[in-house]
Design a protein around this ligand. Structure first.
Ligand code: MN
Ligand code: MN
Length: 282
């Protein structure tokens, strides 16, 4: 059940309206990293999160706060777009917002493209969804900091600083929810990756670049059990695809299997993926 309270989560003040900036701000209203996308992504993940009712609550808490952010950023945008209603020159520069929308906010990004559900990352696998959300918060954060750089209006900066800060708060909560699942590092989903192959870093970009970019052997080739493998083209042995067989075992799923569940949760041992493992073992 939703209930609307007629009070903004954060007070919005704008000194001088700036239509150009209002249009840029639409990125956080109807864009891929915007507040509606965040609200819908977390809320629908939460409704689908039947295996862990504690983490469902987290998803619904943050999804609901994002809807309040949508209202705040929407208020900010409407203040900046106000001249579209009275100034012909401003209105003519943006017919989509002025003629179609009457100078109000629209579920469009800063280039006028309509919001789409394709923005949402919802997999139904809790650890994967949490990773998507951590990344989503990081993207929203940098969009806000770039927007802050495009206005001199103190009230706008104040509101954007609030919204930017809350993204990091959410990132902390999602990271804590993922960490406390106590899955092993790089344990994703239900099936284990193929041993040997999983630890091979393929040095697939070699030679010298036009800008002096060398074939770098960085720590990313040798950490987390990785080791570099040179490609056949350079006389290396390539990936071990001929030498190892992809025998999938079960992946460690962490504490979500022990969490309180909704009635629509399926028994873990009957899940697709897990079922296949049981057939193999029989
Ligand atoms: Mn937000
Ligand atoms: Mn957020």
């Amino acid at each position: 059940m939703y209930h609307h309270v007629k009070k903004l989560m954060y007070t919005v003040n704008v000194g001088t309206p700036d239509v150009r900036f209002g249009r840029m701000l639409l990125e956080q209203f109807g864009g891929p990293n915007g507040e509606l996308a965040a609200a819908m992504q977390y809320t629908i993940q939460g409704w689908n999160c039947v295996d862990d009712l504690g983490r469902r609550d987290l998803l619904l808490d943050i999804g609901t706060e994002e809807l309040s952010h949508l209202e705040v950023v929407g208020a900010l945008i409407r203040m900046h777009l106000k001249p579209l209603k009275t100034e012909a020159e401003a209105a003519e520069a943006d017919p989509l917002l002025s003629i179609v929308g009457g100078g109000g906010v629209a579920l469009r990004n800063s280039a006028g493209n309509p919001w789409t559900a394709d923005y949402l990352k919802i997999t139904g696998e809790l650890d994967v969804d949490l990773r998507s959300n951590i990344a989503a918060e990081a993207r929203a954060k940098v969009v806000y900091e770039r927007l802050i750089d495009h206005t001199e209006d103190p009230g706008s900066i104040d509101t954007l600083q609030f919204l930017m800060t809350r993204e990091i708060t959410h990132m902390k909560a999602f990271a804590a929810a993922l960490e406390t699942l106590e899955k092993k590092p790089f344990s994703v989903g239900r099936l284990a990756p193929t041993p040997v192959l999983v630890d091979e870093y393929l040095n697939a970009s070699t030679g010298e670049g036009n800008e002096g970019d060398a074939d770098t052997h960085g720590p990313w080739m040798a950490m987390n059990n990785l080791h570099p493998v040179e490609p056949h083209r350079d006389g290396g042995k390539g990936l071990s695809v001929e030498r190892v067989k992809g025998i999938a075992g079960a992946e460690d799923r962490g504490k979500q299997d022990a969490a309180p569940k909704a009635t629509t949760a399926a028994p873990t041992e009957e899940l697709i993926g897990v079922r296949r493992l049981k057939r193999k073992a029989a």
